[in-house]
Design a protein around this ligand. Structure first.
Ligand code: PMP
Length: 392
């Protein structure tokens, strides 16, 4: 046979149409994408270096500054999911051998600890059970002991359903010459965060939760302290793709007259992200926070009436993702499969240390409505009726 003969036939699956069912995405993300954002993502592609694209990127920077409540010049979106932002933050600010302190009260701190270890940092873990929280005093004591260059905290712990307090921690970090890195992937738009006022040095989020954009982009911002550290390194960051020297130029943040090709950004993803930030700006942060709080309270009440136990401490509950203790006598996998099959609704189990402890319901952004909370409660009720285990 000649070298130019096709021997592997077209796969049968490729000759069938794409299937993407309509589902209620009431898990911890992605959440449903409203038609307006889907439409923005369906606009014709333009070049990633066209002037119109740079305008879209400039709009995105403004939208992120509003959402983060910051005036930081160094504000961009990653071409990648929340993990890209996690890696970008750590890879750029930490050099091999440096000390990093990570607060772990669910899976996200553990992930960041691993990322920091991979970049050669000496990682110190401050660990609590899922849903636990840290006092400023404990954080300061650990900082005195380990003298980290970076301290990580998850604002919205989506695996544990907890929204951590942030006030005062930025000041402690300044006092100890440490950068304060905060993850708001699961909380941005749902619970208040004030990057500048709270002295947060690096803040990131994801597109697919309360912002309701498709997964695949992740806003991140660095203040001057963070820029000073990352642009005065002795070694190059581990990742070329996530190197802020290049990304800051690509996003027009480095003051240079020309933007130079670094990588091809996800054009449709950026269109959609722009639209999601526009919707948040139109609605207003205060209204978005208020709505999440109201609907989350309504959901907790409904759960209580069903004798389900919402897990995290009442005043620290995350308004975007609610963790529910698995009711006695039930198999959580069976309940979730039942809800998916009979209600076309995604809810999820725990993640990392909370697996087997909780089920999670997220009502974020566009999904954050009373009628959706009713739908979720109805589906849970139905599963409780039909999934009871005789043995348990
Ligand atoms: N941090 C938190 C708090 C999250 O909830 C998530 C996503 N579940 C991530 C980080 C990671 O984001 P992604 O899945 O977009 O990489």
């Amino acid at each position: 046979r000649s070298m130019s003969t096709v021997t592997i036939p077209p796969p049968a699956c490729m000759l069938r149409p794409l299937e993407a069912p309509l589902r209620y995405l009431f898990g911890p993300g992605p959440s449903n994408v409203p038609p307006r954002i889907l439409a923005a993502g369906a606009k014709p592609i333009i070049g990633h270096m066209h002037s119109e694209m740079f305008e879209v990127m400039d709009d995105i920077k403004e939208g992120i500054r509003y959402a983060f409540q910051t005036q930081n010049n160094m504000t961009i979106s990653m071409s990648g999911s929340g993990h890209a932002a996690m890696e970008c933050a750590v890879f750029n600010t930490v050099e091999p051998g440096e000390s990093v302190l990570v607060a772990i009260n669910g899976i996200w701190g553990e992930r960041v600890a691993e990322i920091a270890e991979r970049s050669g940092a000496k990682v110190h873990r401050l660990v609590k059970a899922p849903g636990g929280y840290f006092s400023n005093k404990e954080i300061e004591q650990a900082m005195q002991k380990h003298k980290p260059v970076l301290f990580f905290l998850t604002h919205g712990e989506s695996s544990a359903g907890l929204c951590h307090l942030v006030d005062g921690i930025g000041d402690i970090c300044r006092k100890h010459n440490c950068l304060f890195l905060v993850d708001t992937v699961a909380s941005l738009g749902a619970a208040p965060i004030f990057m500048d006022k709270q002295n947060i040095d690096i803040l990131y989020t994801g597109s697919q939760k309360a912002l309701n954009a498709p997964p695949g982009t992740a806003p991140i911002s660095f203040n001057d302290r963070a820029c000073h550290k990352m642009f005065n390194r002795k070694t190059k960051p581990l990742s070329y793709l996530f190197d802020m020297t290049y990304l800051s130029n690509y996003w027009g943040c480095d003051g240079k007259p020309a933007r130079i090709y670094h990588h091809t950004g996800p054009v449709s993803g950026f269109f959609a992200l722009r639209e999601s930030l526009a919707i948040l700006a139109e609605k207003g942060l205060e209204e978005s926070w208020r709505k999440h709080k109201e609907i989350a309270a309504y959901l907790y009440k409904g759960l209580e009436d069903m004798v389900c136990d919402a897990r995290s401490p009442q005043d620290l509950r995350l308004p975007s993702v609610t963790t529910i203790a698995i009711p006695d006598g039930y198999d959580w996998r069976e309940m979730l499969a039942y809800i998916m099959k009979h209600h076309q609704m995604e809810m999820t189990g725990g993640l990392g240390p909370s697996v087997g402890m909780v089920m999670r319901v997220g009502l974020m952004g566009y999904n954050c409505e009373k009628f959706n909370a009713d739908k979720a409660l109805h589906a849970l009720q139905d599963a409780l009726k039909n999934c009871k285990k005789s043995k348990a």
